[in-house]
Design a protein around this ligand. Structure first.
Ligand code: NAD
Length: 282
């Protein structure tokens, strides 16, 4: 039996993961972690998520609780804390939290020398399939087209561009043999001049309850290819995170991504693991 600790258990993603858990399978929620100021501390994690009682109270302190894999959808500061906890108890960690800074990225890399760490800016299977499709398109037509990425999310999202948009941008940049930090254009305003050849542009839309939409355009003279992914239910992220945790529980220490967990390298060829590029606009 694989024991999971859900961090951010009362959040949108934490609750979605708890709802999607099949407690009768070979994994179960053993701990539910929240910030100490959370209003539902002490309440049953299952009931808070809108399902049956699980007998797991939401707690602000995980010390003394046994778990094999933590799934973290909380916030960047909490990720730092949780990496240390997982190292201490030799547990694996799936990190879905986005908006990490460079020092938090380094902390992930360091922790992966001791424990299995899977970082996924997007845990949806479909999104990760698209990463491979973007990389493939980039290799075939990236040098003769202009690459633009548009992402739309709900009004509560606090980071931009989304971790997924950056992930797609990195896939396109790596297909061109470039680094996103040198070719990404994250804002345009005023007299920008003509589009710089080989750049990858990002546009962000925020509003309402959009769960997440991403389009990458390969814009040529006379044709345009678009790869689009639309989320209609955030349970896809939860299902992907649970699948990732199951896979990660079988791994030794190291840094992994969803491409590994889904074995997409076998279909599309191995890609180098990159942590999210931290844009100058953060
Ligand atoms: P949310 O604000 O609804 O939930 C976050 C929860 O974390 C809150 O309940 C908060 O109280 C809790 N939290 C804060 N500090 C904590 C701590 N120290 N310990 C434990 N819990 C703590 O946000 P959300 O929509 O669930 O998203 C959470 C994160 O996941 C964001 O960074 C978001 O961008 C990211 N996200 C990633 C994916 C993906 O596929 N990787 C999908 C959706 C959201």
């Amino acid at each position: 039996m694989i024991k999971l600790a859900i961090s951010g258990a009362a959040g949108r993603m934490g609750r979605a993961i708890i709802r999607e858990m099949d407690q009768s399978g070979d994994m179960k929620v053993a701990a539910a972690l929240e910030h100490k100021s959370c209003r539902v501390i002490g309440q049953d994690a299952g009931l808070v998520a809108g399902r049956d009682s699980m007998g797991v109270p939401i707690s602000a302190n995980i010390s003394g609780m046994a778990f094999d894999v933590m799934i973290d959808f909380s916030n960047p500061e909490a990720v730092s804390e949780h990496l240390e906890i997982c190292k201490l108890v030799n547990a694996a960690i799936v990190i879905g939290t986005t908006g990490l800074n460079e020092s938090q990225n380094q902390q992930i890399t360091e922790a992966a020398r001791h424990i299995p760490v899977l970082f996924a800016a997007n845990t949806s299977v479909g999104i990760n399939l698209c990463v491979s499709l973007v990389e493939m398109a980039g290799k075939v037509i990236g040098d003769v087209t202009d690459i633009e990425i548009i992402e739309s999310h709900h009004r509560h999202k606090v980071d931009a561009p989304s971790g997924t948009a950056l992930l797609w941008g990195e896939a396109a940049a790596s297909a061109l043999g470039k680094d996103l930090s040198s070719c990404g254009v994250f804002s345009r305003e005023g007299h920008t001049g003509e589009r710089k050849p080989g750049s990858i542009g990002f546009s962000t839309i925020r509003g309402g309850d959009i769960a997440g939409e991403h389009t990458v355009m390969f814009i040529g003279d006379g044709e345009r290819i678009e790869i689009t992914h639309r989320v209609t239910d955030r349970k896809i992220f939860a299902q992907g995170a649970i699948r990732a945790a199951h896979w990660l529980s079988t791994q030794q220490k190291g840094l992994f991504n969803m491409q590994d967990a889904l074995d997409l390298g076998r279909v599309f060829g191995e890609a180098e693991i990159t942590l999210p590029y931290v844009g100058a606009n953060r």
